[in-house]
Ligand binder design. Structure first.
Ligand code: ARG
Length: 460
C-alpha cells in the first residue's frame, strides 16, 4: 500500500536508504496541529470554489477533527514509511475517510506552501510563549531593582572600578535589552502575520480559484503573500526569529557572567538560593551557579543555530529546494532551549540575595570619586583639561600614601591647587556623587525611580 504523496511516474518505490535520509517526521511532528488547522481552512476554500460539496466539506472537517483528536491523544503517530508530517496526516485522513473523499483535500496546495505557512504559525505561537517568559524575567529584574533602590555599588568599565552607581541602575541595564527583545518579537510577528503563503502552491499559485486571503484569515494571519515564489522559498522569517532567540541568549549570558563573578569568594556580592544552585560530587562545601553557567553555555548553541541556518540559506536558488527542510531543527532547538532556560534563570534572579553592605562599602573605592572632583572643579570654573589633571594628581598622591581620596587633608588639596578648596569634600561621598548624576538616564535615585516606571510601562 502506497503512502507517499508522489509515485505515479516511478517504476519502483524509493530505496530504503532514500527513505531513511528523506524522513523528517521525527522532528516535524510538532507541526501536526498546525497542518490540520491548515487542512480545515483549505477544505473551506475548496468548497467556496465549488470543488467540494457542502456534505463532502462537512465530512472532511469531521475526519480532520477526528484525526486531530487522535494526534493529540497519541493514538495516531507517524509510521516509518511516512516521509513527513504532511504525508502521515494525509494517510491518517485516507484511513478515516477512504480515498474518494480523503483524496480530494490535496487539490490546489503543495507541501511547499503548507510547510512555509505551518512553520510561521508554529513560530508565532512560540514567539508569544518566549515573549511571556522574557517578560517574566524582565519583571523579576525590575522587582529586584525596586527592592534595592538606594543601594550603591561599584560601577565598572574594563572590569575596573569606574564610578559609583545604584545597584538598581545596574540591574535595570540588564532589563532594557530584554525590553528590546520583546519589541523585536512583536515587530517580527506583525511582519510574519501579514504574509500567509497558503495558496501559493508549489511555487506559481493556483488555477483552482482558491482564496488565499480567506485561508490566511482563518489561520490567524492578517494577509497573504504577494508573490507565490517568495512565499514558498523565503526563510528570512526563520533567520530573523533565530536571531532574536540568539540575542535573548546573549542578553542572558551577560547577566549570567556577572552573577557568576558576583558569586565568587572574592566579590561576595550575591548569595544564590539553594533551590537555584548545585553541589559538587566530591567537594562537600561547593555551591555552584550552574543555571548561570548553562545560560552562558547555551547562548553559544543559540548563536550556532542561527549561523547554521544562514549557511543553509546562502546561495539557494529560487524557488523551493529540499535544503529548506534543514531550516527546522536549529530553530526548534533554539525554542526548546529558551523554554527550559528562561524559567530557571528567572527563578535564580528572583531569589538572588545581594550583600548590599559589601557593595556599598566597595562603591567609592579604587578612587571611583575622581571624576566627581574633576566635575566639581568644572562647576568652580576650571577648564576640564586642567580639572582632569588636578584630580589625577590627587589620585597619584593617594596611591603613594596608600589612602583614599577622602583621606586627603585640606592642606593636601591646597598644595595640589588653590582651586581645591575644602568645598570639594561635598562630592567625596557616594551619596553626593550619585545624587549629582541626575541627568535623564543617570544613576541619581530620582532618575532611577523614573526609569523603573518607564521600563515597566514598556513591558506588555
Ligand atoms: N518536509 C519538507 C520541508 O520541511 C516539505 C516537503 C516539501 N517536499 C518536496 N519534495 N517539495 O521543507
Amino acid at each position: 500500500q502506497k503512502t507517499a504523496l508522489w509515485g505515479g511516474r516511478f517504476a519502483t518505490g524509493p530505496s530504503p536508504e532514500l527513505v531513511e535520509l528523506s524522513r523528517s517526521t521525527h522532528f516535524d511532528w510538532r507541526l501536526a496541529p498546525y497542518d490540520l488547522a491548515g487542512s480545515r481552512a483549505h477544505a473551506f476554500v475548496l468548497q467556496a470554489a465549488g470543488l467540494l460539496s457542502r456534505d463532502d466539506c462537512t465530512a472532511l472537517i469531521a475526519g480532520i477533527d477526528a484525526l486531530a483528536a487522535d494526534v493529540e491523544s497519541g493514538a495516531f503517530v507517524a509510521e516509518p514509511g511516512d516521509e513527513d508530517v504532511h504525508t502521515a496526516l494525509e494517510r491518517g485522513l485516507l484511513e478515516r475517510l477512504g480515498p474518494d473523499l480523503g483524496g480530494r483535500l490535496r487539490a490546489g496546495r503543495s507541501r511547499n506552501d503548507q510547510i512555509a505557512t505551518l512553520f510561521k504559525m508554529y513560530l508565532r505561537d512560540h514567539g508569544r510563549r518566549i515573549g511571556g517568559l522574557v517578560t517574566d524575567l524582565a519583571r523579576a529584574i525590575a522587582e529586584q531593582a525596586e527592592t534595592h533602590l538606594g543601594v550603591a555599588m561599584p560601577g565598572r568599565t574594563h572590569l575596573q572600578h569606574a564610578q559609583p552607581v545604584l545597584l538598581s541602575h545596574h540591574l535595570l541595564a540588564h532589563a532594557w535589552p530584554l525590553v528590546r527583545d520583546l519589541e523585536r518579537l512583536a515587530d517580527w510577528d506583525a511582519r510574519v502575520a501579514a504574509d500567509s503563503p497558503y495558496g501559493a502552491g508549489a511555487l506559481a499559485g493556483s488555477s483552482l480559484g482558491l482564496d488565499p486571503e480567506k485561508v490566511a484569515a482563518d489561520l490567524g494571519f492578517t494577509g497573504s503573500t504577494a508573490n507565490s515564489i517568495d512565499g514558498t522559498s523565503a526563510r528570512d522569517f526563520v533567520a530573523e526569529f533565530a536571531f532574536v532567540t540568539a540575542q535573548i541568549g546573549i542578553d542572558l549570558s551577560r547577566l549570567a557572567e556577572e552573577i557568576i563573578i558576583w558569586n565568587t569568594k572574592e566579590f561576595d556580592f550575591v548569595t544564590l538560593h539553594d533551590g537555584y544552585s548545585t553541589g559538587s560530587s566530591i567537594m562537600p562545601q561547593k555551591k555552584n551557579p550552574d543555571i548561570a553557567e548553562l545560560a552562558r553555555g547555551k547562548s553559544g548553541r543559540l548563536v550556532g543555530n542561527l549561523t547554521g541556518l544562514l549557511a543553509t540559506l546562502k546561495g539557494l536558488p529560487l524557488a523551493y529546494n529540499r535544503d529548506l527542510q534543514e531550516d527546522k531543527e536549529p530553530v526548534f532547538d533554539s525554542i526548546d532551549t529558551l523554554e527550559v532556560l528562561l524559567p530557571a534563570f528567572t527563578g535564580m534572579v528572583a531569589t538572588l540575595t545581594f550583600n548590599t553592605e559589601r557593595m556599598q562599602e566597595l562603591a567609592p573605592q579604587g578612587f571611583a570619586l575622581a571624576t566627581d572632583i574633576a566635575e566639581w572643579l568644572v562647576r568652580e570654573g576650571v577648564p576640564f583639561r586642567d580639572a582632569h589633571e588636578l584630580s589625577g594628581a590627587c589620585v597619584q598622591l593617594c596611591e603613594q600614601r596608600g589612602i583614599e581620596l577622602w583621606d586627603l587633608s585640606d592642606e593636601d588639596f591646597a598644595a595640589i591647587s588653590p582651586a581645591l578648596t575644602p568645598g570639594v569634600r561635598e562630592v567625596l561621598t557616594v551619596e553626593g556623587s550619585l545624587a549629582s548624576r541626575d541627568s535623564r538616564g543617570g544613576t541619581a535615585l530620582v532618575r532611577v525611580t523614573e526609569q523603573l516606571a518607564e521600563l515597566r510601562s514598556r513591558l506588555p
